[in-house]
Each structure stands twice: as C-alpha cells, then as structure tokens.
Design a protein around this ligand. Sequence first.
Ligand code: HOZ
Length: 435
Amino acid sequence: MKTSKSETLFNEAIKYIPGGVNSPVRAFKSVGGNPLFITRGEESKIYDVDGNEFIEYIGSWGPHLFGHNPSFIKEALLKAIENGTSFGAPTELEVKIAKLIIELVPSVEMVRMVNSGTEATMSAIRTARGYTNKEKFIKFEGCYHGHADYFLIKAGSGALTLGIPTSPGVTKGNAADTLVADYNDIDSVKKLIHQNKSANHSGKNDIAAVIIEPVAGNMGVVKASNNFLKELRDICSEEDIVLIFDEVMTGFRVARGGAQELFGIKPDLSTFGKIIGGGLPVGAFGGKKEIMEMVAPRGSVYQAGTLSGNPLAMAAGFAALSYIRENPEVYKLLEVKSSYLEAGIKENLKLLKKNYALNRVGSMSTLFFVEGEVNDFKSAVKSDTALYGKYFHEMLIHGIYLAPAQFEAAFISTAHTREDLDKTIKANYEALSIQ
Ligand code: HOZ
C-alpha cells in the first residue's frame, strides 16, 4: 500500500499541530505507524491522498449513519449555504429541530443545541448542579464524556488509549468533585453515595448527578445491564440525583430514541452529538422541562455559544433526523447488516479457535483481543492492545479502515453493502490467521 503522500503531510503536520492531529486517537499512536490523510468519503468508503480506497467503520466516529455524503444531507447543506453561514440570532430551523428531537426522544421535553459532545456533557453537569444545588457527580471508570477537566478522571477513549486517563492539567479541586464508580456494578454506586453522606455529617448527599454512557463506546463497546440501569434510575430518584445518559454516541444510532429506548429507562437529562448534526459539529443536551428551565436566559445557569444552532449545522442535522423519522426501517436495515458481520466474524473466530470477546449493540461493535466476556472497564483493559495494532494494520492492507485504537467502536452505516461486509469478513479471517 502506497502511503508516501500521507507520510509527507504528517511530517509537515507535526511541525505545526501538536502530534500532527487535531484529536489524539486519529494519530495512530496506539497502533503504530502514521495516520492516513483523507481526501473524500462516499457511502461506505473513504479515499486517501495516495489514492487508496477503504471500506471504513468509523463513520466520523458515529455520525454517518447513512454512510458518507448522503445526497439528502448534501442538498440540505447546499440550500442552506445560499442564505449565509452564521447569524448569531435565532432561526426557524432551530425551533423545528428542537421539536423533532423532543418527538424522537420522549424523555426530552426541552433541548439546547451546542457545538460538540463535550459542550453538551459539561453543560448538562452544570445544569444538574444548578438544579440540585449540589456539587459532586459520579461517573464510571472507562466512560468518556468529552474533555472538560472534571471528566478526565479515569476516562476512556483517547485518554485511556494514550495512557492518560486522568490528565495532567486537571486541578485537585476539579478531581475532588468527580466520584468514580465501576461500570455495571451498582454496589460501587451505593458505596460512593453512602461515603459521601457520611463525609457530610448531615445524612444528605452532595451529589448533583450520575452521568453514564448507557452503552459505553469509549472503552470499546460495553453494554450496561438492564438491571444495573434500572437500579441506577431508582437510586437517583430516591437520592435526588440527576441521572444523565450520555448518548453522544448512542443517540439516534442504537435505536431511534437512543439507548434509553432500548432499555426503556428515562434519564432526567440526555446529551447528544454526532448524528444530531448530520456530520457537522453539533451537540445538544435536553431533558425534563423543570431542569432545563434552569438554563439561561430562562433560568440562571449560564450556557452560551455564538455558533450554537448554526444554520448549516441545523440544516444537516434536521435532514438527518427527518430521514430517521420518515424511514424507521433504517434500524432494521442496520441490524441486518450488523448481525451479518457479527456472525461472519464469530464464525472466523470459531474456525481459528480464538475466543475473543465480540460485543455488539445495534450498529456499534468492538472485537476485544481478550478471551472471555468484557462487561466493564477491568475486563476491557485486559485486551492485548499490541495484537489489536497488528490486526488494525493487517485490515488496512486488506482495504478495511477500523478505529486506530482498541478502546473504540466500529460503526456500520446503511451504505455498507453485502459485498463490503463479505470483504470485511474475509479480511478479518486473514488478519486473524496471521497472528
Ligand atoms: N474521541 C473520539 C473517539 N471516541 C475520537 C475523535 C476523533 O479523533 O475525531
């Protein structure tokens, strides 16, 4: 595979951009080698500067539910751009997209648009703090909620991959407000609440929120158990703690109404990103009216952004969400494609006598290079990341582009064809056989 143009660009990039990239995971650091510079995406494929073509399973880390550059999003964008790129003033489309999100996700009664998942999660935490008048919050080891200081404590995704789950630069004060529980372990949550009450000497907790990825995508795909989430919901209600589902990855992806629809559990607040912007930089947070009415200018919790509700981003997002509303069969199609790929890989593993864990929820999946089950952070990090690196490069040579890190998800789109999936299954067999 020719990569000389990507190499030249990367050598240039590292002089001007930290690590040569604008987001760490894409630098290939954990799998070795240099990143490929992409020129174009069309349906299930991307193309790099050296002219290589790949069937890819990142989909810009989730948003491309319909593959790259679908015509209905492109048309919506071209139409919107005729009228200007940004006003910093309200537009009709913001009202329409808010109504649509509320229709698709029943727990959301009011919603605020932001520019990224990180903004969504940090605004949700601030709102929960304002609402409860409490300061601390609980997150789970291995979950990633963006890069606000207080989330970078035992975080997943790039922070985990690069060995900096708790980042330098995070103050002791910030870290002290973040309590960390174990994923899928309700006793660890109960223990933290109990300890917090004892430390307060008041019998009352000082915990504003519990934030969780109901299907974790940032330690690889790990599904929360139904019981665990139900108990979490009950505890939060009993203890006056705001339950936040971080659905930045899962929202509108694992089901029309996100993971909360799959589990049948209503969080108090939800955070979204990715698909909600149809591939443009968008996030949102929303939930119970009573809580969302705390947000300025209706309430006193400050939250703002010039580019929030940007007309181009709203046009792409509205096109994506309208498509989902009008074509509910999208999720059946994704399930058919995803289960086909899963069955093919499982068959390969069987033939090769490798008992690796393959976790899948809808169109998100992770093949962990560890034998046995992966259902929490501790089992996820037992994966052999060096082996994953070899696998990643072998797949690349076979024309399959996966996440350049073990602790991420693979995303399927409706644009992946049977031929794409068969090629992927064949490549998977060959890549696994040489290990
Ligand atoms: N944090 C993203 C993965 N969970 C990666 C973002 C990127 O590199 O674009």
